[in-house]
Design a protein around this ligand. Sequence first.
Ligand code: ZN
Length: 59
Amino acid sequence: MVNKIKYCEKCKRYTLEEKCPICGNQTISKVPPRFSPVDRTGKYRRQIKKELLKKEGLL
Ligand SMILES: [Zn+2]
């Protein structure tokens, strides 16, 4: 449910509420960094690197 994650810019806190449970501020839709496509690309890149190293080890 990544698209349901909201963020309060005031508290710098993630929540699932439309309004921040701490300050009542309107929250915005924001995906945490760990769900970002950049991270996924990094993971994919690491996987490729791992496979390349594995291949090199077999040579
Ligand atoms: Zn807040």
